[in-house]
Structure formats: structure tokens, C-alpha cells
Design a protein around this ligand. Structure first.
Ligand code: PBG
Length: 311
């Protein structure tokens, strides 16, 4: 009765990885219990998620072929588009969100187009990247995505995507912006999962410096001004103060991404018998909710939904 914060399955969004093929369910080594799926096995998984009460998923594509421009991100037959169509057919009520970014699709592993900068060094080109992100978001919307989530951190991408969606009459497709996305050590296992480690340099030029909270607020503010419907803080646990501040500062719905490395750390300890996974997971998820995030992107979505149902 006096419990101030409750989490429920309704708060969770499950990240899922999809690649071309059939019958594929490859466990991701650094993320036990998570898999790279093909579209057919992915659909089985989404049925289970829906049955467990999880209302949404976010899709990441792993193409067979990566190139400099990340063209599999926005091609006619993009793997994520195939996945959206299949999921919407099998589970029409499930909210299908798509990650909009190039890093899973580029051979260099960066989130945008790489060009030579004025010092002659390879560098991500913000403005050359925007039209490709727009194409990717449009492809997802055409395939039936319920929401798009740009995670690239290029400046101006929310506005560019919003304008293009509106122009194509996808006015009802909201944008969940990865707004305060920090340059974090906790993305390591994801890069295994998506086979997308940067081949040179790092992502620090377009991801945020962990010590900066005022910069995070500025990024969130800008995304809201550009038309973001939901803003996200990522990672979650090391940034609970950022979540809290954003919760107080802004009225748009707030999401937090409890990322791969945060999940993997506890999972590894649990598999060693050093920590009680269920208790630790529910405690962590509750803390993210308590800090102010309404939506939590978490690799525990299915398990946590079942644990909560068990009581
Ligand atoms: C970029 C993206 C990343 C994650 C989600 N979207 C990787 C990165 O920014 O390096 C990481 C999520 C996780 O670690 O679970 N497309």
C-alpha cells in the first residue's frame, strides 16, 4: 500500500536482433539468453513476449552484407523491414519500434557516413548521414513500424526524420529519440550481438561525454524542439541522475535503455552463483522506474514480465 514505485510488464521494451536466413537462433555469447534470430524464429519470440505481457520490441538488423554507406539499412528488402511485416502479421497489437542507425550496416562500424575531414582523417560526416537515416526511417514506416528510434546521435536527425515522415503521411509514427546517449563501456556486448564494433577510432565524437549532465539536458531539449515524442537516456544505471533530471525538467515521456553491458554484468555474476538474478534484475529495473523513466528497454523484458506475474 505504501510502496511508492511499481514496475510492470507494461513498462518493458525488448531489444531483438534479426538477420537473414531461416531457423536461426544463435545465442549471443556475451548476452546469455539473447539471440540473433531469423524472421521465422523472431516471430515465435515475439509471440512469447506478447503472451508474457510485454507491449513492445525494438528491432536491430544484422545484414549479410555491410558496406561503406550501410545500404542494407534502407534497401527495399532490408532485413528489419521483413521482420516488421512478419511481426505485425503475427502480433498486430505488439508495438514494433525500430532502431534507426547505420552502425549495424556499415563495414566500418560507425553510425554515419565516413568521409575525410579537413585534416585528411576519416571522420563521420553528420550532414551526409542525415538523408540515409531519413531513408531508413521511411523504409521502416512503410513496412509498418509503429515507432522509429534514431540512435545515431547526428545533429538534426530528429527534425529531418520528422519532416520526411510527415511528408510521406506517416504523421502518426512517433519518434523515440536516443537523446542523451553517452559514450559508454557498457555497449560492448551489443557490438558482439550486432557485429558492429567500429573498425577505427571510437564513437566519442558523436556520443556524449559521461561526466556531462547539462549537455545531456541540452541534447534532450533540442530533440524535443525537433519533434521527438519520447526521449531516452542511455545507459541507465550509471545515469540515474540524468534520468531524474530529465524527468523533472521535461514533460514528454521518458525512456531509459538498460544496455547490454549492464545486463551482461549481472547475468555473468548470476551464472557464477554470485548474485540472485531475479532479485537483482527487479531491483535495478525498479530503480530506473523510480528515477523517472516510464519505458525501460531491457534484455530482461520477457523474464522480468514472467517474474512479476509469478509475484
Ligand atoms: C547504435 C546502438 C547501440 C546500442 C543501441 N543502439 C550501440 C552503440 O551506440 O554503440 C547499444 C545498446 C546496448 O548496448 O544494449 N545503433
Amino acid at each position: 500500500m505504501v510502496r511508492e514505485t511499481r514496475i510492470s510488464a507494461d513498462d518493458f521494451i525488448m531489444p531483438l536482433f534479426v538477420r537473414p536466413g531461416t531457423g536461426i537462433k544463435n545465442e549471443i555469447k556475451s548476452m546469455p539468453g539473447n539471440f540473433q534470430f531469423s524472421v521465422d524464429t523472431l516471430v515465435e519470440e515475439t509471440r512469447e513476449l506478447e503472451a508474457a505481457g510485454v507491449p513492445g520490441v525494438i528491432l536491430f538488423g544484422i545484414p549479410d552484407h555491410k558496406d561503406a554507406a550501410g545500404s542494407e539499412a534502407y534497401s527495399e528488402n532490408a532485413i528489419v523491414c521483413q521482420a516488421i511485416e512478419a511481426i505485425k502479421k503475427a502480433c498486430p497489437a505488439l508495438c514494433v519500434i525500430t532502431d534507426v542507425c547505420l552502425c549495424e550496416y556499415t563495414d566500418h562500424g560507425h553510425c554515419g557516413v565516413v568521409m575525410e575531414n579537413r585534416d585528411g582523417q576519416p571522420d563521420v560526416d553528420n550532414d551526409a548521414t542525415l538523408p540515409l537515416l531519413v531513408e531508413e526511417a521511411l523504409a521502416h514506416a512503410r513496412a509498418g513500424a509503429d515507432m522509429v528510434a534514431p540512435s545515431d546521435m547526428m545533429d538534426g536527425r530528429v527534425l529531418a526524420i520528422r519532416e520526411a515522415l510527415d511528408e510521406a503521411l506517416f504523421t502518426d509514427v512517433p519518434i523515440m529519440a536516443y537523446s542523451a546517449k553517452f559514450s559508454s563501456a557498457f555497449y560492448g556486448p551489443f557490438r558482439d550481438a550486432a557485429e558492429s564494433p567500429p573498425q577505427f577510432g571510437d564513437r566519442a565524437s558523436y556520443q556524449m561525454d559521461p561526466p556531462n549532465i547539462r549537455e545531456a539536458m541540452r541534447e534532450i531539449q533540442l530533440d524535443i524542439e525537433e519533434g521527438a515524442d519520447i526521449v531516452m537516456v542511455k545507459p541507465a544505471l550509471a545515469y540515474l541522475d540524468v534520468i531524474r533530471e530529465a524527468y523533472h525538467e521535461y514533460e514528454v515521456p521518458l525512456a531509459a535503455y538498460h544496455v547490454s553491458g549492464e545486463f551482461a554484468s549481472i547475468k555473468a555474476a548470476a551464472l557464477n552463483g554470485w548474485i540472485d538474478e531475479k532479485r537483482a534484475a527487479l531491483e535495478v529495473l525498479t530503480s530506473i522506474r523510480r528515477a523517472g523513466a516510464k519505458m525501460i528497454l531491457t534484455y530482461w523484458a520477457k523474464d522480468a514480465a514472467r517474474w512479476l506475474a509469478e509475484g
